[in-house]
Design a protein around this ligand. Structure first.
Ligand SMILES: [Zn+2]
Ligand SMILES: [Zn+2]
Length: 192
């Protein structure tokens, strides 16, 4: 789907340069087995991690010769107006508020932006987030699965993961990992 920038129906998209917009976004989490070197990464694809303490700039992954975001493409840093919309994202580990600026394409459900940086972050149990939404998805444990892959769980879903043969190699305390993540990116906790 590539909505026309001049259509005035439900597909209305506006391209604009603005003061930062703050929206919602999810990431997956990677790090070392001891809970250091934590990085936020896009939930889909093999894009580079968001670097701490500097803006992430969107790149068009389709190899198109344009600056991301482009109104006729899907590129840009994606974020939504409402956190509930993110419940459909694939196995997120972190939910947060993100500042977006530069070129911003606005659409019905959210934004695609040129620059972004997280403002507030919280680890989420993705199974709770999917079932109950943003208000009831607190993580108790962060599982380390090797090759930098980390997945936060609540206690109940960690038990379920173990039962289904998905036991993490190492289990870390989620509060410690969340504190380390917030100090890495110099951001605040997400109020819930
Ligand atoms: Zn593009
Ligand atoms: Zn859970």
């Amino acid at each position: 789907m590539s909505p026309s920038p001049v259509s005035l129906g439900a597909d209305l998209e506006l391209e604009r340069t603005t003061d930062p917009i703050v929206a919602w976004r999810t990431w997956r989490l990677t790090g070392r087995r001891d809970g250091t070197n934590l990085r936020l990464r896009p939930v889909a694809g093999r894009a580079k991690p968001w670097a701490p303490e500097r803006p992430t700039e969107a790149v068009c992954r389709l190899g198109r010769m344009h600056v991301a975001p482009n109104v006729d493409c899907t590129c840009g840093l994606h974020a939504t107006r409402e956190p509930d919309l993110l419940r459909r994202t694939k196995s997120p580990g972190v939910l947060g508020r993100v500042a977006l600026w530069g070129r911003v394409v606005e659409h019905e459900l959210g934004y695609r932006a040129q620059f972004g940086y997280p403002q507030r972050l919280a680890l989420v149990c993705f199974l709770c987030f999917w079932q109950w939404g943003p208000l009831r998805c607190r993580a108790d444990v962060v599982g380390y699965f090797g090759l930098g892959r980390m997945m936060p769980f609540c206690d109940d879903h960690l038990v379920a993961a173990r039962r289904h043969g998905m036991a993490p190699a190492i289990e870390l305390d989620a509060r410690g990992v969340e504190q380390e993540l917030r100090s890495t990116y110099v951001v605040d906790a997400l109020a819930r």
